[in-house]
Design a protein around this ligand. Structure first.
Ligand SMILES: Nc1ncnc2c1ncn2[C@@H]1O[C@H](COP(=O)(O)OP(=O)(O)O)[C@@H](O)[C@H]1O
Ligand SMILES: *[C@@H]1O[C@H](CO)[C@@H](O)[C@H](O)[C@H]1NC(C)=O
Ligand SMILES: *[C@@H]1O[C@H](CO)[C@@H](O)[C@H](O)[C@H]1NC(C)=O
Ligand SMILES: *[C@@H]1O[C@H](CO)[C@@H](O)[C@H](O)[C@H]1NC(C)=O
Ligand SMILES: *[C@@H]1O[C@H](CO)[C@@H](O)[C@H](O)[C@H]1NC(C)=O
Ligand SMILES: *[C@@H]1O[C@H](CO)[C@@H](O)[C@H](O)[C@H]1NC(C)=O
Ligand SMILES: *[C@@H]1O[C@H](CO)[C@@H](O)[C@H](O)[C@H]1NC(C)=O
Ligand SMILES: *[C@@H]1O[C@H](CO)[C@@H](O)[C@H](O)[C@H]1NC(C)=O
Ligand SMILES: *[C@@H]1O[C@H](CO)[C@@H](O)[C@H](O)[C@H]1NC(C)=O
Ligand SMILES: *[C@@H]1O[C@H](CO)[C@@H](O)[C@H](O)[C@H]1NC(C)=O
Ligand SMILES: *[C@@H]1O[C@H](CO)[C@@H](O)[C@H](O)[C@H]1NC(C)=O
Length: 674
């Protein structure tokens, strides 16, 4: 046990204490020279509770920075304050060095040195009660407590004079006498304020004079050589009325919400004599800018908030990442690298369409929903088509097609901008056509949307030109396979544009397509296509013929309106009328007879020519273009030809299909390969 911190007297008493472990009384027989001195508390044995402890550096730490806490430390053995059981309280002197450390000069709440009949202060309260009393026993004479308070908080309920005072307390916190912390200069008697929570160690003397029943409390800074002559606070009080003979001496302290450490660095006591001098040079160092303070300040306030913020942020980020992962999840394969520029991120498309909001729905086609959108960066208006599929098979070829189709550029084609893949879904991105699809104008209810003949003829020419480009003018032959009014979209200048390349397939020039899939729409299907399933440019021409008749007559290729003529097939009905020389009957009544007769006649003729049941008898798109431009006269519609067309057996074939204009959904690559 290192004794270096204690002078010989305390060493003597410590020995007594050790011996006293067998004999409970450590004090000498006469009871008049009880004293001790600690210049630092290394290895001192005290009775402590709460937050109090002796630190390894030899400080008695009463409170450790924990908020709303209290701590007590008592000299373990009792004092005998009266010379004899019925005598009065003897004179005594105590001195101690304390330090209050808080992060700011604000601190809570304070400490006391006290003499009490018991070491059990478990009933006392922290905060403003300083661990000394509680609300119910404050001031009760049965407490038998004498204390000197060093209070850094002004509590009006105890009559505190300010937030930095020294008080003499009897049985409670309503001080008998108190004074601002500080001392009177010996030389000129002026008072020097000292801030109790100044982070500086300061010394306090407590003296009681038995005869004068006077209590003096004196404060000083450590650098002062001697104890000031005039006490900081002094009062007359007969402690014999207060204290019991057997009493314990110790400290109490408490904290409120402000993180504060209360320390005692040295302590001495004597009965009937001056308190032994504390050897100030041996005192442990007060933690100056207490690292714990900062840490605990950080730990208790900043860190939890920061941690919470960080955790919340991480949680939010994780949430958004996970949500984003699922919301924007895509499927991407290695082979797609080469198609990179044509690939859109799902996120962009999601934002472009405002999360595929219903209000942005343009229409629902045979393969899925089409949404309007605006690309985030370029502000480019797009139409986004979501096609569900459940197979990866053939996807590579299909994407390759899409990308090569994306290279097609013609003013009569709807530009395919790119694609995106998700699980079970393919998303195609087209340029947006502000005026929508042609069928709305042909069959729409509103009178205002009726197209004039000039507009119709312009659209027919445009589609012919677009189809010619697909068939002959690009490096590969592209068969559209699904020409119909609903796949013709109108741009801002009411130009007809061929859209929906989802079904288009590519064939190298001269290579016969090797497919058995029937693709197209009832009424537009060439007879040989229905039989063999081979989509070729002539099957497109057939469908185009139907399309011309549709636009000219304002009727669907297979319609239900002309049942009085018993002709469900538009082309048969037109041929019937033409044979009867009543060609003008066939024109769309919504035109109200306002049309160019020559052009209308030409359109009907081309429509019929293209609808020839024999593929070889149909004109090519180049010829159609020449007819439409007036460069070449189309061949006469011979009676034999018309008769042949009417007798042809394709009619029952079409009849065997349900009457509808929806596509036969056999998109080979999307539904599971060939
Ligand atoms: N590029 C586009 N611009 C504007 N509207 C479009 C575009 N593509 C499709 N639409 C609209 O979405 C609807 C459905 O399109 P689509 O799936 O191509 O129909 P379908 O499968 O019947 O051919 C069309 O009727 C049209 O109104
Ligand atoms: C303060 O003391 C209490 C009681 O001993 C303890 O539970 C707490 O952890 C201590 N706090 C610090 C910061 O040391
Ligand atoms: C102390 O006082 C009590 C009663 O007050 C008395 O009975 C006792 O004898 C006294 N003792 C001495 C030593 O005077
Ligand atoms: C506390 O600190 C502030 C600023 O640091 C100062 O103005 C104030 O006087 C100080 N109060 C005491 C009691 O030392
Ligand atoms: C107040 O303190 C006294 C003495 O410690 C104790 O007996 C009592 O129970 C306490 N009262 C309350 C309300 O804590
Ligand atoms: C003082 O305390 C005692 C016992 O603890 C109790 O009987 C008494 O009523 C209290 N007095 C006051 C004024 O509270
Ligand atoms: C009083 O004396 C002290 C110490 O000598 C000195 O620091 C202080 O300024 C003096 N005050 C007055 C008002 O003279
Ligand atoms: C000392 O403190 C008291 C109370 O806070 C104040 O009224 C007084 O002005 C202070 N004196 C000096 C010299 O600061
Ligand atoms: C208290 O202080 C006064 C001077 O103000 C002094 O005369 C008296 O002796 C002191 N009493 C004690 C017990 O120190
Ligand atoms: C102080 O109190 C004690 C006991 O209550 C009493 O015997 C003594 O006479 C008192 N002293 C004075 C000077 O009144
Ligand atoms: C205080 O302690 C130091 C170091 O142990 C020692 O040199 C000095 O003599 C002591 N002073 C007194 C007054 O005991």
């Amino acid at each position: 046990m290192p004794m270096s911190n204690m002078n010989p007297i305390s060493l003597f008493f410590l020995e007594l204490l050790l011996i006293g472990l067998t004999a409970p009384q450590f004090i000498a027989d006469d009871g008049n020279h009880q004293q001790f001195v600690y210049s630092g508390f290394a290895n001192a044995i005290f009775t402590v509770d709460g937050t109090a402890s002796v630190t390894p550096s030899g400080l008695l730490e009463l409170t450790n920075g924990t908020a709303m806490s209290k701590g007590h430390a008592f000299y373990p053995t009792p004092l005998h304050l009266r010379g004899s059981p019925n005598g009065t309280i003897q004179s005594f002197s105590a001195s101690f060095v304390f330090g209050i450390i808080s992060v700011y000069n604000l601190s809570s709440h304070g400490l006391t040195m006290l003499i009490a009949p018991s070491k059990d202060f478990s009933g006392a309260n922290p905060v403003q009660y300083l661990g000394l009393v509680n609300g119910s026993n404050n001031g009760n004479t049965t407490n038998h407590i004498f204390a000197v308070e060093l209070d850094t908080w002004q509590n009006p309920e105890f009559g505190d004079i300010n937030n930095n005072h020294v008080g003499i307390d009897i049985n409670g916190l309503n001080s008998v006498q108190s004074h601002t912390g500080g001392f009177f200069h010996d030389q000129n008697g002026t008072f020097k304020n000292l801030t109790l929570s100044s982070q500086e160690a300061m010394q306090v003397w407590v003296d009681y004079d038995r005869e004068k029943m006077q209590i003096n409390v004196t404060m000083a800074t450590l650098d002062m050589a001697t104890k000031p002559k005039r006490p900081t606070v002094s009062t007359r009080y007969n402690l014999s009325d207060v204290l019991n003979d057997v009493a314990y001496i110790g400290f109490s302290s408490s904290t409120g919400k402000i993180n504060t450490h209360h320390y005692v660095l040295g302590w001495s006591f004597a009965i009937n004599g001056p308190a032994p001098a504390i050897n100030l040079t041996m005192l442990p160092k007060l933690p100056r800018h207490h690292p714990k303070d900062h840490r605990s300040w950080v730990l208790e306030i900043v860190l939890p908030i920061a941690t919470a913020v960080v955790l919340l942020s991480l949680g939010a980020i994780a949430f958004f990442l996970v949500r984003r992962h699922f919301r924007y999840a895509e499927v991407q394969d290695d082979w797609e690298v080469e198609f990179g520029p044509h690939r859109f991120s799902y996120k962009d498309l999601y934002h472009a369409t405002e999360g595929f909001e219903d209000k942005n729905l343009l229409g629902v086609g045979g393969f899925g929903r089409v949404y309007k959108g605006v690309l985030p960066g370029s502000r480019l208006k797009i139409a986004v088509k979501r096609v569900s599929h459940d197979s990866k098979q053939g996807m590579k070829e299909f994407i390759a097609e899409i990308v090569s189709i994306g290279r097609l550029q013609n003013r009569n084609l709807v530009q395919l901008l790119g694609y995106c893949r998700r699980k079970g879904e393919l998303i195609l991105v087209y340029e947006h056509m502000p005026n929508g699809s042609l069928d709305k104008y042909l069959y729409g209810k509103e009178e205002t949307s009726v197209l004039s003949w000039a507009q119709r003829f312009w659209i027919i020419k445009g589609i012919a030109s677009g189809l010619l480009y697909l068939h002959e003018e690009w490096e590969k032959v592209v068969v559209h396979r699904d020409i119909k009014a609903s796949n013709v979209l109108l741009d801002d200048k009411m130009n007809g544009r061929l859209g929906d390349f989802g079904l288009a397939r590519l064939y190298d020039h001269g290579i016969d397509p090797q497919t058995t899939d029937v693709v197209g729409t009832i009424g537009y299907l060439a007879p040989e296509l229905a039989r063999s399933g081979n989509a070729t440019p002539p099957t497109d021409v057939f469908a185009f013929g139907m399309f011309i008749l549709e636009v000219t007559c304002g009727q669907r290729p297979v319609n239900h309106q002309n049942t009085e003529d018993n002709q469900l097939i538009l082309v048969d009905w037109v041929i019937d009328k033409v044979q009867k020389g009543a060609f003008s009957d066939t024109l769309d009544p919504r035109l109200r007879g306002s049309y160019d007769v020559g052009e209308a006649c030409l359109a009907l003729t081309i429509g019929i020519l293209c609808s020839h049941p024999f593929a070889k008898a149909r004109p090519t798109m180049r010829q159609v273009m020449q007819y439409l431009d007036g460069e070449i006269e189309p061949p006469e519609l011979s009676f034999e030809m018309l008769a042949l067309m009417q007798n042809e057996e394709f009619e029952p074939y079409i009849m065997s299909y349900p009457m509808s204009t929806t596509s036969i959904a056999t998109m080979p690559h999307l539904s599971g390969g060939r």
